[in-house]
Write a protein that binds this ligand. Structure first.
Ligand SMILES: [Fe+2]
Ligand SMILES: [Fe+2]
Length: 319
């Protein structure tokens, strides 16, 4: 049985400093200095307690918005280092996904560090496209791990490496809306969709997918309008055609724990580490949910079943 922790949307933000002088390299004493660090610390501590009590876990997957580094152009990586410093205190392997508030180069650096760590069982296989290094496949025991970076901004960075007839114009990121980031909707290139299909065609093992944006609509007005992969229907069709191989698609971004089965494909989001949003069907814009507490999930998978246990923990000030 494959067993992993799913967390998402920790949104660590170095406490408003305009430089990283208050955030030393390596270990941090930053729980008070960094927004949401206390919540992430509480989640990691809770996981560590379970592991110390005997829980066997294969890895931890963070499905993006690790920090707010890309919102703060003068962040210099300080919020990301804070987040990684806290997560490093949990010694199991990690899978990191690029979120719309993250900086891809930071995420790929720590991803590569995980792959090179002695004793880690996750084996990098290949990038979906060599030009866009946020999406890749890996192997873990008999499972194939597929990590998809659907952030549209990375397409802008890399558009010149694609042929002229590769259209990126269908990516319809909404304009910034209040405190919404500029790219709340995801997008996958046709090239990437083709590679996903090829990979699933030839794959003989069960596949676990990690991504930041939901590919399917989730019966909530503001989520369905703004937050999904804008060409997610195409991605879902590929998943649905290979539903027997896909154990689940695990995502974040919506700051709410949601489970959906669409055409026999299981989609599961983790509630956020930072704050929860209300995803009631009628809501036209995101609202902070009264459901407080930092969230994480424990997922167990084998050929017959997928079991998701969701946890909510209070966060307490410590001196
Ligand atoms: Fe988020
Ligand atoms: Fe997000």
């Amino acid at each position: 049985m494959l067993r992993f922790i799913h967390i998402s949307d920790s949104h660590i933000e170095a406490g408003g400093s305009t430089n990283n002088s208050s955030v030393p390299e390596g270990g941090l004493q930053c729980d008070k200095a960094c927004k949401n660090a206390r919540e992430l610390r509480s989640v990691i501590d809770a996981i560590n307690v379970k592991i110390s009590e005997g829980l066997s876990v294969d890895f931890l997957a963070h499905t993006g918005d690790i920090c707010n580094s890309d919102d703060k152009k003068n962040d210099n990586g300080s919020s990301f280092r804070s987040a990684i410093s806290i997560m490093d205190s949990c010694e199991i392997e990690k899978v990191y996904v690029n979120g719309n508030h993250d900086n891809l180069s930071y995420v790929t650096n720590v991803r590569d560090r995980e792959f090179s760590r002695v004793g880690n069982k996750m084996e990098f296989e290949k990038y979906l496209t060599p030009e866009l290094t946020g999406s890749y496949s890996a192997r873990f025991d008999n499972y194939r791990i597929l990590v998809l970076d659907a952030r549209p901004q990375r397409v802008d960075f890399s558009a010149e490496v694609f042929s002229k007839n590769t259209s990126i114009s269908s990516c319809s990121s909404p304009e910034p809306d209040g405190d919404q980031p500029a790219d709340p909707a995801g997008y996958l290139l046709p090239t990437e969709l083709n590679r996903i299909e090829e990979l699933l065609d030839e794959c003989k093992s069960q596949v676990v997918v990690f991504m930041h944006y939901p590919p399917v609509k989730l019966d909530c007005s503001w989520v369905d309008r703004n937050m999904c992969v804008s060409n997610g229907e195409q991605l879902h069709k590929i998943f649905a055609a290979h539903a027997d191989k896909i154990s689940g698609v695990f995502f974040g971004h919506v700051h709410h724990g949601i489970q959906a089965i669409v055409d026999n494909v299981l989609y599961v989001s983790s509630g956020a580490v930072s704050m929860q949003f209300d995803t009631s069907a009628h809501l036209q814009k995101h609202e902070i949910s009264l459901d407080s507490g930092a969230k994480f999930s424990l997922v167990a998978i084998d050929k017959q079943r997928v079991i998701v246990k969701q946890y909510s923990i209070g966060c307490f000030e410590t001196d």
